[in-house]
Design a protein around this ligand. Structure first.
Ligand SMILES: [Fe+2]
Ligand SMILES: [Fe+2]
Length: 261
């Protein structure tokens, strides 16, 4: 088992397919996850399982891998509660995680926006245009640009995980383009479909970044690089002269509007 702890989870699952089923029972979807970076020993930490489940899960995996061996199970790390341990991010990574919060608030509103979709009136159309502006300006130009132009440059951009992240950003842009075209045609169905598809894409994308990519990057960056990243992020924001407040207000107003409904 010791030797397996430092293996990638994808390799383990290929060798021992039952491990995927066990992980699934604990809500850890390593099988369908196309990132596949995690080492077996990091799975519990990355997916923030409550400590009482950690020993149990590792014991079951160990038994699957080697039913005969005398197995040593890693001890639960957090002693205090049954709550999953909180991920500690470095300051630049925390900045990106915090930016995700506003994006998540917007995409949480999308089903209600779609439910009340109005492509005929000016106010209805303006709401969609404002939402698309939020995606293009805040999520893409302000946030994704820092990932693509700065953060990802510190890693192998041809690696599978970064390819997946780039593809997600590109798919998001495709949905935006399709939304604008559908709005132009007053095609409510297609517009709603692309809004919902964007929501599903970004929900998964942000989860992958928050829970897997950023913690992994943090572990692989030196203290000097982390400081450098923070400076570069601040410089990029300053150069852009962009004020996120406009989008905070947009989301806030929409939340209030929908609360009343
Ligand atoms: Fe991203
Ligand atoms: Fe992101």
């Amino acid at each position: 088992m010791e030797a397996h702890l430092n293996k990638g989870i994808k390799e383990i699952i290929d060798q021992y397919p039952d491990v995927e089923k066990i992980l699934d029972e604990y809500g850890i979807g390593c099988g369908p996850c196309n990132v596949g970076l995690c080492l077996l020993k990091d799975i519990v930490e990355i997916h923030r399982l409550p400590p009482y489940q950690e020993g149990e899960l590792m014991a079951r995996i160990a038994k699957t891998i080697d039913p005969e061996a005398d197995i040593e199970i890693p001890e639960a790390k957090a002693a205090s509660a049954d709550e999953p341990a909180e991920i500690k991010y470095s300051p630049p990574m925390k900045k990106l995680v915090d930016e995700h919060i506003l994006i998540k608030r917007w995409i949480a509103l999308i089903p209600t926006v779609v439910e009340h979709l109005d492509v005929e009136s000016n106010s209805g159309r303006q709401l969609i245009l404002d939402g698309i502006d939020m995606i293009r300006s805040y999520a893409d130009r302000y946030h994704h640009a820092k990932e693509e132009d700065i953060l990802f440059k510190y890693f192998d951009e041809n690696s599978k995980i970064l390819q997946v992240m780039y593809e997600d950003h590109t798919s998001g842009r495709g949905h935006v383009k399709a939304m604008l075209e559908a709005l132009e045609r007053k095609d409510k169905t297609t517009l709603g479909e692309h809004l919902m598809a964007y929501r599903a894409l970004l929900t998964e994308h942000i989860k992958k970044e928050d829970e897997i990519l950023y913690p992994w990057m943090d572990r692989n960056l030196s203290t000097r690089q982390i400081g450098e990243l923070f400076t570069k992020f601040s410089e990029a924001d300053d150069q852009m002269g962009f004020s996120p407040e406009k989008y905070e207000k947009f989301v806030e107003a929409l939340e209030k509007q929908f609360q009343k409904k």
